[in-house]
Design a binder for this molecule. Structure first.
Ligand SMILES: Cc1ncc(COP(=O)(O)O)c(C=O)c1O
Length: 469
Protein backbone atom coordinates (compact mmCIF):
# COMPACT_ATOMS: atom_id res chain seq x y z
CA UNK A 1 0.00 0.00 0.00
CA UNK A 2 1.48 3.41 -0.92
CA UNK A 3 2.38 5.72 1.95
CA UNK A 4 -0.60 7.83 3.02
CA UNK A 5 0.21 10.51 5.59
CA UNK A 6 -3.35 11.61 6.32
CA UNK A 7 -4.41 8.02 6.90
CA UNK A 8 -1.41 7.36 9.16
CA UNK A 9 -2.12 10.43 11.28
CA UNK A 10 -5.80 9.55 11.57
CA UNK A 11 -5.16 5.93 12.53
CA UNK A 12 -2.61 6.80 15.23
CA UNK A 13 -4.30 9.98 16.52
CA UNK A 14 -3.98 10.38 20.28
CA UNK A 15 -0.90 8.16 20.70
CA UNK A 16 1.49 11.16 20.86
CA UNK A 17 2.35 11.00 24.54
CA UNK A 18 2.44 7.21 24.78
CA UNK A 19 4.85 7.04 21.83
CA UNK A 20 7.04 9.79 23.25
CA UNK A 21 7.23 8.24 26.69
CA UNK A 22 8.05 4.85 25.15
CA UNK A 23 10.47 5.83 22.37
CA UNK A 24 11.68 9.40 22.87
CA UNK A 25 12.61 11.55 25.83
CA UNK A 26 10.37 10.33 28.67
CA UNK A 27 11.14 13.35 30.88
CA UNK A 28 9.82 15.80 28.29
CA UNK A 29 6.50 13.97 28.29
CA UNK A 30 6.35 14.43 32.06
CA UNK A 31 7.23 18.13 31.86
CA UNK A 32 4.55 18.84 29.24
CA UNK A 33 1.96 16.94 31.26
CA UNK A 34 2.96 18.55 34.56
CA UNK A 35 2.49 21.99 33.04
CA UNK A 36 -0.86 20.87 31.62
CA UNK A 37 0.42 21.71 28.13
CA UNK A 38 -0.56 18.31 26.73
CA UNK A 39 -2.65 18.98 23.65
CA UNK A 40 -3.12 17.20 20.35
CA UNK A 41 -2.25 19.91 17.87
CA UNK A 42 -3.56 19.28 14.40
CA UNK A 43 -2.66 22.39 12.43
CA UNK A 44 -0.60 25.55 12.51
CA UNK A 45 -1.27 28.75 10.59
CA UNK A 46 0.27 32.19 11.02
CA UNK A 47 0.58 33.00 14.73
CA UNK A 48 -1.76 30.20 15.85
CA UNK A 49 -1.85 26.48 16.58
CA UNK A 50 -5.13 24.52 16.48
CA UNK A 51 -5.85 21.37 18.51
CA UNK A 52 -8.07 18.38 17.75
CA UNK A 53 -11.04 20.14 19.35
CA UNK A 54 -10.59 23.11 17.03
CA UNK A 55 -9.31 25.29 19.85
CA UNK A 56 -6.92 28.08 18.85
CA UNK A 57 -3.65 28.83 20.69
CA UNK A 58 -1.59 31.98 20.26
CA UNK A 59 1.99 30.87 19.73
CA UNK A 60 4.43 33.18 21.52
CA UNK A 61 7.32 30.74 21.15
CA UNK A 62 7.26 30.34 17.34
CA UNK A 63 9.21 27.09 17.65
CA UNK A 64 11.97 28.94 19.58
CA UNK A 65 12.18 31.54 16.82
CA UNK A 66 11.85 29.35 13.75
CA UNK A 67 8.48 30.65 12.53
CA UNK A 68 9.50 34.22 11.76
CA UNK A 69 6.91 34.29 8.99
CA UNK A 70 4.35 32.37 11.01
CA UNK A 71 3.34 28.80 10.35
CA UNK A 72 2.39 27.50 6.90
CA UNK A 73 3.31 30.65 5.01
CA UNK A 74 1.83 30.23 1.51
CA UNK A 75 4.91 31.57 -0.32
CA UNK A 76 7.26 29.15 1.45
CA UNK A 77 4.88 26.23 0.89
CA UNK A 78 4.61 27.06 -2.78
CA UNK A 79 8.39 27.50 -3.16
CA UNK A 80 9.03 24.08 -1.58
CA UNK A 81 6.38 22.44 -3.78
CA UNK A 82 8.04 24.01 -6.83
CA UNK A 83 11.41 22.67 -5.68
CA UNK A 84 10.08 19.14 -5.20
CA UNK A 85 8.22 19.16 -8.50
CA UNK A 86 11.36 20.34 -10.31
CA UNK A 87 13.26 17.15 -9.34
CA UNK A 88 16.31 19.26 -8.55
CA UNK A 89 19.71 17.55 -8.84
CA UNK A 90 20.15 17.70 -5.08
CA UNK A 91 23.51 17.18 -3.34
CA UNK A 92 25.52 15.84 -6.26
CA UNK A 93 28.35 16.76 -3.85
CA UNK A 94 31.22 16.87 -6.37
CA UNK A 95 29.40 19.83 -7.87
CA UNK A 96 28.76 23.53 -7.35
CA UNK A 97 24.97 23.91 -7.47
CA UNK A 98 23.26 27.21 -8.26
CA UNK A 99 20.93 27.60 -5.26
CA UNK A 100 23.56 27.62 -2.45
CA UNK A 101 25.37 30.29 -4.45
CA UNK A 102 22.21 32.38 -4.73
CA UNK A 103 21.38 32.10 -1.02
CA UNK A 104 24.98 32.92 -0.06
CA UNK A 105 24.81 35.97 -2.34
CA UNK A 106 21.60 37.09 -0.61
CA UNK A 107 23.07 36.71 2.88
CA UNK A 108 26.35 38.46 2.02
CA UNK A 109 24.42 41.34 0.40
CA UNK A 110 22.50 41.83 3.67
CA UNK A 111 25.68 41.72 5.79
CA UNK A 112 28.39 44.31 6.52
CA UNK A 113 31.23 44.73 4.00
CA UNK A 114 33.76 42.57 5.88
CA UNK A 115 31.45 39.54 5.48
CA UNK A 116 32.20 37.93 2.13
CA UNK A 117 31.57 34.19 2.28
CA UNK A 118 29.10 31.65 3.67
CA UNK A 119 29.37 28.12 5.02
CA UNK A 120 26.00 26.31 5.11
CA UNK A 121 25.11 23.64 7.66
CA UNK A 122 22.07 22.25 9.45
CA UNK A 123 21.59 23.77 12.89
CA UNK A 124 22.53 26.73 15.03
CA UNK A 125 24.88 24.54 17.05
CA UNK A 126 26.65 23.39 13.92
CA UNK A 127 27.10 26.98 12.77
CA UNK A 128 28.66 27.76 16.18
CA UNK A 129 30.92 24.69 15.92
CA UNK A 130 32.03 25.97 12.52
CA UNK A 131 32.68 29.44 13.94
CA UNK A 132 34.92 27.92 16.64
CA UNK A 133 36.94 26.04 14.01
CA UNK A 134 37.27 29.00 11.64
CA UNK A 135 38.28 31.34 14.50
CA UNK A 136 40.93 28.90 15.73
CA UNK A 137 42.28 28.30 12.24
CA UNK A 138 42.45 31.95 11.30
CA UNK A 139 44.14 33.13 14.52
CA UNK A 140 46.19 30.01 15.30
CA UNK A 141 44.94 30.44 18.87
CA UNK A 142 42.82 28.15 21.02
CA UNK A 143 40.70 29.93 23.54
CA UNK A 144 37.13 31.18 23.09
CA UNK A 145 35.57 33.62 25.58
CA UNK A 146 31.83 33.60 26.16
CA UNK A 147 29.43 35.34 28.53
CA UNK A 148 27.61 34.19 31.65
CA UNK A 149 24.01 33.09 30.77
CA UNK A 150 25.12 32.53 27.15
CA UNK A 151 23.36 29.94 25.00
CA UNK A 152 25.07 28.84 21.79
CA UNK A 153 23.70 25.31 21.39
CA UNK A 154 24.14 21.91 22.99
CA UNK A 155 26.66 20.01 20.85
CA UNK A 156 29.85 19.54 22.84
CA UNK A 157 31.82 22.52 21.41
CA UNK A 158 28.86 24.90 21.63
CA UNK A 159 28.00 23.48 25.06
CA UNK A 160 31.47 24.46 26.31
CA UNK A 161 30.39 28.06 25.58
CA UNK A 162 27.17 27.75 27.58
CA UNK A 163 26.89 30.21 30.44
CA UNK A 164 24.51 28.10 32.54
CA UNK A 165 26.32 25.38 34.47
CA UNK A 166 23.23 23.11 34.68
CA UNK A 167 23.38 22.33 30.95
CA UNK A 168 26.99 21.16 31.20
CA UNK A 169 26.67 18.89 34.22
CA UNK A 170 27.12 15.20 33.53
CA UNK A 171 28.77 15.44 30.12
CA UNK A 172 32.42 15.22 31.07
CA UNK A 173 35.27 17.42 29.87
CA UNK A 174 34.28 19.83 27.13
CA UNK A 175 36.28 22.01 24.72
CA UNK A 176 39.55 23.15 26.32
CA UNK A 177 40.10 26.89 26.35
CA UNK A 178 36.48 27.94 26.79
CA UNK A 179 36.44 30.85 29.26
CA UNK A 180 33.40 32.45 30.85
CA UNK A 181 33.20 36.24 31.36
CA UNK A 182 30.52 37.96 33.49
CA UNK A 183 28.05 39.55 31.08
CA UNK A 184 29.50 42.78 29.70
CA UNK A 185 32.48 42.80 32.09
CA UNK A 186 35.13 44.70 30.13
CA UNK A 187 37.83 44.34 32.76
CA UNK A 188 37.42 40.58 33.01
CA UNK A 189 37.48 40.25 29.24
CA UNK A 190 40.56 42.47 28.91
CA UNK A 191 42.34 40.34 31.51
CA UNK A 192 41.72 37.21 29.44
CA UNK A 193 42.60 38.90 26.15
CA UNK A 194 45.95 40.10 27.54
CA UNK A 195 47.16 36.51 27.65
CA UNK A 196 47.35 36.65 23.85
CA UNK A 197 45.79 33.23 23.25
CA UNK A 198 42.11 34.13 22.73
CA UNK A 199 40.95 33.23 19.22
CA UNK A 200 37.49 34.74 19.55
CA UNK A 201 34.87 36.26 21.79
CA UNK A 202 31.41 34.90 21.03
CA UNK A 203 28.35 36.98 21.91
CA UNK A 204 24.60 37.01 21.50
CA UNK A 205 23.83 40.71 20.84
CA UNK A 206 20.73 40.20 23.00
CA UNK A 207 20.98 37.12 25.21
CA UNK A 208 18.25 34.57 24.68
CA UNK A 209 18.38 33.22 28.23
CA UNK A 210 16.80 35.99 30.29
CA UNK A 211 16.71 38.55 27.40
CA UNK A 212 19.69 40.48 28.80
CA UNK A 213 20.95 43.55 26.94
CA UNK A 214 24.00 45.84 27.07
CA UNK A 215 24.14 49.44 25.86
CA UNK A 216 25.92 50.30 22.61
CA UNK A 217 28.86 51.94 24.32
CA UNK A 218 29.63 48.84 26.39
CA UNK A 219 29.29 46.59 23.33
CA UNK A 220 31.64 48.77 21.31
CA UNK A 221 34.21 48.81 24.14
CA UNK A 222 34.09 44.99 24.31
CA UNK A 223 34.51 44.82 20.54
CA UNK A 224 37.43 47.28 20.55
CA UNK A 225 39.24 45.30 23.27
CA UNK A 226 38.67 42.07 21.31
CA UNK A 227 40.03 43.46 18.06
CA UNK A 228 42.97 45.23 19.72
CA UNK A 229 44.02 41.87 21.16
CA UNK A 230 43.93 40.30 17.68
CA UNK A 231 40.90 38.16 18.56
CA UNK A 232 37.77 37.79 16.44
CA UNK A 233 34.25 38.85 17.36
CA UNK A 234 31.63 36.18 16.66
CA UNK A 235 28.07 37.46 16.72
CA UNK A 236 25.76 34.51 17.27
CA UNK A 237 22.59 35.67 15.56
CA UNK A 238 20.96 32.24 15.48
CA UNK A 239 18.03 33.60 17.49
CA UNK A 240 18.36 37.37 17.08
CA UNK A 241 19.17 37.39 13.37
CA UNK A 242 16.85 37.90 10.42
CA UNK A 243 14.76 40.68 11.83
CA UNK A 244 13.89 39.22 15.23
CA UNK A 245 14.91 42.41 17.06
CA UNK A 246 13.75 44.91 14.43
CA UNK A 247 17.01 45.04 12.44
CA UNK A 248 18.21 42.34 10.04
CA UNK A 249 20.99 41.57 12.54
CA UNK A 250 20.72 42.58 16.21
CA UNK A 251 24.37 43.77 16.26
CA UNK A 252 23.26 46.62 13.95
CA UNK A 253 21.55 48.27 16.95
CA UNK A 254 24.97 48.71 18.55
CA UNK A 255 27.11 49.45 15.48
CA UNK A 256 29.23 46.30 15.90
CA UNK A 257 31.61 44.91 13.23
CA UNK A 258 31.63 41.14 13.74
CA UNK A 259 34.25 38.99 12.02
CA UNK A 260 31.99 35.94 12.04
CA UNK A 261 28.17 35.73 12.09
CA UNK A 262 26.01 32.67 12.70
CA UNK A 263 22.36 32.43 11.62
CA UNK A 264 19.78 29.64 11.47
CA UNK A 265 16.19 29.31 12.81
CA UNK A 266 14.20 31.86 10.74
CA UNK A 267 16.12 31.10 7.55
CA UNK A 268 14.34 27.72 7.45
CA UNK A 269 10.98 29.29 6.66
CA UNK A 270 9.78 26.98 9.41
CA UNK A 271 10.25 23.93 7.20
CA UNK A 272 13.79 22.82 6.40
CA UNK A 273 16.66 22.91 8.92
CA UNK A 274 19.39 25.24 7.70
CA UNK A 275 22.14 27.34 9.25
CA UNK A 276 24.97 29.48 8.01
CA UNK A 277 28.29 30.77 9.24
CA UNK A 278 29.42 33.94 7.54
CA UNK A 279 32.91 35.48 7.55
CA UNK A 280 35.54 37.26 5.48
CA UNK A 281 37.46 35.80 2.56
CA UNK A 282 40.62 35.88 4.72
CA UNK A 283 39.02 33.76 7.46
CA UNK A 284 37.67 31.31 4.90
CA UNK A 285 41.11 30.95 3.27
CA UNK A 286 42.65 30.05 6.63
CA UNK A 287 40.48 26.91 6.66
CA UNK A 288 40.18 26.18 2.94
CA UNK A 289 43.84 26.99 2.30
CA UNK A 290 44.55 24.53 -0.51
CA UNK A 291 42.72 22.08 -2.77
CA UNK A 292 43.73 19.31 -0.33
CA UNK A 293 41.78 21.11 2.36
CA UNK A 294 38.63 21.78 0.30
CA UNK A 295 36.60 19.43 2.51
CA UNK A 296 38.16 19.97 5.96
CA UNK A 297 34.97 21.64 7.10
CA UNK A 298 31.91 20.16 5.48
CA UNK A 299 28.65 18.38 6.16
CA UNK A 300 26.58 16.10 3.95
CA UNK A 301 23.51 18.32 3.81
CA UNK A 302 25.36 21.66 3.44
CA UNK A 303 23.81 22.54 0.08
CA UNK A 304 20.48 20.78 0.55
CA UNK A 305 18.42 22.42 -2.13
CA UNK A 306 15.15 22.31 -0.20
CA UNK A 307 16.89 24.22 2.60
CA UNK A 308 18.30 26.69 0.09
CA UNK A 309 14.85 27.23 -1.43
CA UNK A 310 13.34 27.71 2.03
CA UNK A 311 16.03 30.34 2.74
CA UNK A 312 15.63 32.13 -0.59
CA UNK A 313 11.83 32.18 -0.31
CA UNK A 314 12.04 33.41 3.29
CA UNK A 315 14.28 36.34 2.34
CA UNK A 316 12.02 37.22 -0.59
CA UNK A 317 9.02 37.37 1.77
CA UNK A 318 11.10 39.53 4.14
CA UNK A 319 11.49 42.04 1.29
CA UNK A 320 7.95 41.81 -0.09
CA UNK A 321 6.22 42.10 3.28
CA UNK A 322 8.68 44.50 5.01
CA UNK A 323 9.02 41.96 7.81
CA UNK A 324 11.99 43.61 9.56
CA UNK A 325 10.36 47.06 9.63
CA UNK A 326 7.15 45.48 10.96
CA UNK A 327 9.07 43.71 13.75
CA UNK A 328 10.67 47.04 14.74
CA UNK A 329 7.29 48.78 14.87
CA UNK A 330 5.79 45.95 16.93
CA UNK A 331 8.71 46.24 19.36
CA UNK A 332 7.68 49.82 20.10
CA UNK A 333 4.09 48.69 20.59
CA UNK A 334 5.10 45.85 22.95
CA UNK A 335 7.06 48.29 25.05
CA UNK A 336 4.31 50.94 25.23
CA UNK A 337 1.59 48.42 26.10
CA UNK A 338 3.64 46.41 28.60
CA UNK A 339 4.94 49.51 30.32
CA UNK A 340 1.33 50.62 30.81
CA UNK A 341 0.66 47.24 32.49
CA UNK A 342 3.82 47.70 34.61
CA UNK A 343 2.48 51.05 35.79
CA UNK A 344 -0.68 49.27 37.05
CA UNK A 345 0.92 46.18 38.60
CA UNK A 346 3.80 46.15 41.01
CA UNK A 347 4.75 42.52 40.25
CA UNK A 348 5.88 43.61 36.77
CA UNK A 349 9.34 45.14 37.21
CA UNK A 350 10.86 45.52 33.77
CA UNK A 351 10.24 45.13 30.05
CA UNK A 352 13.38 44.11 28.13
CA UNK A 353 14.32 43.31 24.54
CA UNK A 354 13.63 44.75 21.12
CA UNK A 355 11.38 44.04 18.17
CA UNK A 356 9.63 40.72 18.60
CA UNK A 357 12.05 39.43 21.28
CA UNK A 358 10.67 40.61 24.57
CA UNK A 359 11.44 39.73 28.19
CA UNK A 360 8.87 40.55 30.84
CA UNK A 361 10.63 40.55 34.23
CA UNK A 362 8.79 40.11 37.53
CA UNK A 363 9.90 40.92 41.05
CA UNK A 364 8.63 41.31 44.61
CA UNK A 365 5.90 43.94 45.03
CA UNK A 366 6.11 46.67 47.65
CA UNK A 367 2.69 46.31 49.29
CA UNK A 368 2.66 43.94 52.28
CA UNK A 369 -0.15 41.54 51.34
CA UNK A 370 1.11 41.10 47.78
CA UNK A 371 4.66 40.64 49.04
CA UNK A 372 3.52 37.81 51.27
CA UNK A 373 1.92 36.08 48.28
CA UNK A 374 5.13 36.55 46.25
CA UNK A 375 7.18 34.94 49.03
CA UNK A 376 4.76 32.03 49.36
CA UNK A 377 5.03 31.24 45.64
CA UNK A 378 8.81 31.73 45.49
CA UNK A 379 9.31 29.54 48.58
CA UNK A 380 8.26 26.50 46.50
CA UNK A 381 11.04 27.15 44.00
CA UNK A 382 13.08 30.15 42.79
CA UNK A 383 11.41 31.95 39.88
CA UNK A 384 8.17 30.07 40.43
CA UNK A 385 6.15 33.27 40.07
CA UNK A 386 6.68 33.49 36.30
CA UNK A 387 5.74 29.78 35.99
CA UNK A 388 2.50 30.43 37.86
CA UNK A 389 1.69 32.90 35.05
CA UNK A 390 2.86 30.73 32.15
CA UNK A 391 0.49 27.93 33.18
CA UNK A 392 -2.78 29.94 33.28
CA UNK A 393 -1.68 31.95 30.24
CA UNK A 394 -1.89 28.64 28.43
CA UNK A 395 -4.76 26.91 30.19
CA UNK A 396 -7.06 29.90 30.68
CA UNK A 397 -6.09 32.17 27.79
CA UNK A 398 -4.66 29.65 25.28
CA UNK A 399 -1.41 31.55 24.91
CA UNK A 400 1.81 29.53 24.61
CA UNK A 401 4.77 31.19 26.37
CA UNK A 402 7.84 30.10 28.30
CA UNK A 403 10.01 31.28 31.16
CA UNK A 404 13.19 32.82 29.76
CA UNK A 405 15.58 30.59 31.69
CA UNK A 406 15.83 28.51 34.81
CA UNK A 407 15.84 30.54 38.03
CA UNK A 408 14.90 33.88 36.47
CA UNK A 409 11.46 35.45 36.85
CA UNK A 410 11.18 36.43 33.21
CA UNK A 411 8.60 35.41 30.64
CA UNK A 412 10.08 35.44 27.18
CA UNK A 413 7.99 36.36 24.15
CA UNK A 414 9.21 35.21 20.77
CA UNK A 415 6.14 35.54 18.54
CA UNK A 416 6.30 35.21 14.77
CA UNK A 417 7.72 38.44 13.35
CA UNK A 418 4.44 38.93 11.49
CA UNK A 419 2.44 39.09 14.76
CA UNK A 420 0.48 42.34 14.95
CA UNK A 421 -1.38 44.51 17.41
CA UNK A 422 -4.21 42.01 17.91
CA UNK A 423 -1.73 39.33 19.04
CA UNK A 424 0.04 41.81 21.31
CA UNK A 425 -3.32 42.80 22.82
CA UNK A 426 -4.29 39.18 23.48
CA UNK A 427 -1.15 38.70 25.56
CA UNK A 428 -1.12 42.09 27.25
CA UNK A 429 -4.79 41.89 28.29
CA UNK A 430 -4.32 38.36 29.65
CA UNK A 431 -1.24 39.41 31.61
CA UNK A 432 -3.03 42.48 32.95
CA UNK A 433 -5.87 40.28 34.23
CA UNK A 434 -3.51 37.67 35.68
CA UNK A 435 -1.43 40.20 37.56
CA UNK A 436 -4.63 41.72 38.95
CA UNK A 437 -5.66 38.25 40.12
CA UNK A 438 -2.21 37.68 41.64
CA UNK A 439 -2.47 40.95 43.57
CA UNK A 440 -5.92 40.05 44.86
CA UNK A 441 -4.76 36.54 45.74
CA UNK A 442 -7.48 34.98 43.56
CA UNK A 443 -8.14 31.35 44.34
CA UNK A 444 -7.90 30.14 40.76
CA UNK A 445 -4.47 31.64 40.29
CA UNK A 446 -3.24 30.13 43.55
CA UNK A 447 -4.55 26.76 42.28
CA UNK A 448 -2.36 27.03 39.20
CA UNK A 449 0.55 27.99 41.45
CA UNK A 450 0.01 24.94 43.64
CA UNK A 451 -0.26 22.61 40.66
CA UNK A 452 3.03 24.02 39.43
CA UNK A 453 4.70 23.82 42.81
CA UNK A 454 3.68 20.17 43.22
CA UNK A 455 5.00 19.35 39.73
CA UNK A 456 8.21 21.27 40.30
CA UNK A 457 8.89 19.60 43.62
CA UNK A 458 8.37 16.22 42.04
CA UNK A 459 10.77 17.18 39.28
CA UNK A 460 13.49 18.44 41.60
CA UNK A 461 13.46 15.04 43.22
CA UNK A 462 14.09 13.34 39.87
CA UNK A 463 15.88 15.76 37.56
CA UNK A 464 15.28 19.39 36.72
CA UNK A 465 13.76 20.06 33.32
CA UNK A 466 15.81 22.32 31.06
CA UNK A 467 14.13 23.67 28.00
CA UNK A 468 16.62 25.06 25.49
CA UNK A 469 15.58 27.91 23.26
C1 LIG B 1 21.93 32.10 20.12
C2 LIG B 1 21.80 30.63 19.80
N1 LIG B 1 22.85 29.98 19.27
C3 LIG B 1 22.79 28.69 18.97
C4 LIG B 1 21.64 27.95 19.19
C5 LIG B 1 21.58 26.50 18.86
O1 LIG B 1 20.78 26.27 17.74
P1 LIG B 1 20.21 24.82 17.45
O2 LIG B 1 19.21 24.52 18.50
O3 LIG B 1 19.62 24.95 16.06
O4 LIG B 1 21.37 23.89 17.44
C6 LIG B 1 20.52 28.59 19.73
C7 LIG B 1 19.28 27.85 19.99
O5 LIG B 1 18.37 28.29 20.57
C8 LIG B 1 20.60 29.97 20.04
O6 LIG B 1 19.58 30.62 20.59
Amino acid sequence: MPFNLADLIERRHGENFTLHSQYLNPQLTKVVKTLGFDRFYERGEGCYLYDDEGKRYLDMLSGFGVFALGRSHPVIKDALRQAIDADLPNMAQMDCALLPGLLAEQLVTRSPAQIERVFFCNSGSEAVESAIKFARASTARNRICYHAHAFHGLTTGALALNGSAEFKTGFGALLPGATEIPFGDLEALTRELRRGDVAAVIVEPIQGKGVYELDGERWRALEAATHEAGALLICDEVQTGLGRTGRFYAFEHYGLRPDIITVSKALSGGYVPVAAMLASDRIFRSVFSSMDRAMVQSTTFKGNQLAMVAGLATLSVFDDENVVEHAAAMGDLWRAKLEAVAARHEFLHEVRGRGQMIGVAFGPPSSRAARWRWRAVEAARTAMFSQTLVVPLFQRYSILTQVAADNVNVIKLLPPLIAGESEIDLFVDALDELLGAAERGSGWLMDFGLTMARGALKRTRTSRAKVPS
